[in-house]
Design a protein around this ligand. Structure first.
Ligand SMILES: Nc1ncnc2c1ncn2[C@@H]1O[C@H](COP(=O)(O)OP(=O)(O)OP(=O)(O)O)[C@@H](O)[C@H]1O
Ligand code: NI
Length: 350
């Protein structure tokens, strides 16, 4: 395997939640690759399935969830990284040599996920850190314990904790507070520090800039970018298109449980191919500032064909059939009537 092979290759990921009287189609037939050193942003309106995607990869879904598909994680990942500050203890998974078999995160026994994957090989910055931080320990204790569990020893761990605090934009003195004494933005930064502490080869950052003002948003984004540049792979989940544009290599646009377009960042922002991507960009204040018309469909009651058709001025009877879409690299768009670059450029004000 080379470093250009995907670190994580997700194929056909589908998540359903059983409710007493309905089934929630939370993620449908999702394909996504992330390579070492690559930052992939997943964007889309609230409720489209972004967090469920991250939780499915980490085995964190509740019991009413059914997950199918594959999510193959390379097991030689940590060993293949260069220039990274971490790769200290690693895990049995991460220490696999070249040619070691990948692990399917979706088929991994819960104990193995908990002991060898979560927080070690795959880090998570959760969307609601305030509820995931242990309330009876100070930030410093949480961070030092995490660092010690991942190879930092003796006096090294407190020093590394202070350094991480500064990295995420926290005053090290704030580490002496308990989680309930932190503002939402401070808890968010502490959660980011905790996720980064083991220096995982793959980081899932679910809305890591919530509650931060713009300079701190940019600070956090640039920190994630630097982790990528040191060899990590980052999946950035965000509703903030400016954040994606600032740091992502590629952007996957999710709508009603599916990725509808996945393109290199510059191409997507210059000339989106899917009408939904174009509508999202049009909603930006610095563009047309026009909200996406209508509302997303209920995930318990999705149409058989394109779920965006009801809101799309390009829809035709062809859209009653689900458009094929399996990926990114060929510039494929999940649409029967994708936008042409020239057409779109004419619409974007200079
Ligand atoms: N345990 C559950 N049982 C039933 N439905 C669920 C469950 N967890 C999530 N859902 C539903 O799955 C869908 C996707 O949720 P998800 O949290 O992934 O959205 P999201 O894109 O992250 O939204 P946001 O931007 O608001 O965070 C939503 O309709 C949500 O209500
Ligand atoms: Ni979410």
């Amino acid at each position: 395997m080379t470093t250009t092979d995907p670190l994580l290759a997700v194929a056909g990921l589908t998540v359903r939640f059983r409710l007493p009287d309905a089934v929630v189609h939370a993620v449908t037939d999702l394909h996504l690759d992330i390579r070492p050193g690559e930052l992939v942003a997943v964007v889309g309106e609230s409720g489209c399935g972004k967090s469920v995607l991250a939780h499915a990869l980490l085995g964190l879904l509740p019991r009413n969830a059914t997950v199918t598909g594959r999510a193959l994680l390379r097991t030689d990942s940590a060993g293949s990284r260069s220039g990274s500050a971490g790769s200290r203890g690693g895990s049995a998974l991460a220490r696999g040599g070249d040619g070691a078999a990948p692990v399917d995160l979706l088929a991994c026994p819960p104990r193995q996920l908990a002991r060898q994957v979560r927080g070690r090989v795959v880090g998570l910055v959760p969307q609601s850190p305030a509820t995931s931080l242990t309330p009876v320990r100070t930030g410093r204790r949480l961070l030092v314990e995490t660092l010690r569990a991942h190879g930092h020893t003796g006096a090294d761990a407190p020093v590394a904790a202070d350094r991480l605090a500064v990295d995420v934009g926290l005053d090290p003195a704030d580490l002496d507070r308990y989680p309930h004494e932190l503002s939402g933005g401070m808890a968010q930064r502490l959660a980011t520090a905790l996720a980064l502490a083991p220096d995982p080869p793959l980081l899932l950052a679910d809305e890591p800039t919530t509650g931060l003002d713009r300079p701190l948003v940019d600070h956090t984004l640039d920190l994630l970018r630097r982790r990528c540049d040191a060899g990590a792979a980052v999946l950035l989940i965000t509703h903030d298109l400016a954040a994606a544009q600032r740091v992502a290599d590629t952007v996957a646009v999710m709508y009603a449980s599916r990725i509808v377009e996945h393109a290199p960042t510059e191409a997507l922002f210059e000339a989106p191919g899917h009408p939904y991507s174009a509508a999202l960009l049009d909603a930006l204040p610095q563009r047309a500032f026009r909200p996406v018309p209508g509302h997303p469909p209920m995930l318990t009651d999705l149409p058989a064909g394109c779920a965006f058709a009801a809101r799309c001025d390009r829809a035709t009877p062809a859209c009653r059939v689900q458009p094929a879409f399996t990926g990114i690299r060929a510039g494929q768009v999940a649409c029967h009537h994708p936008l042409e670059r020239a057409e779109l450029c004419a619409e974007v004000p200079a």
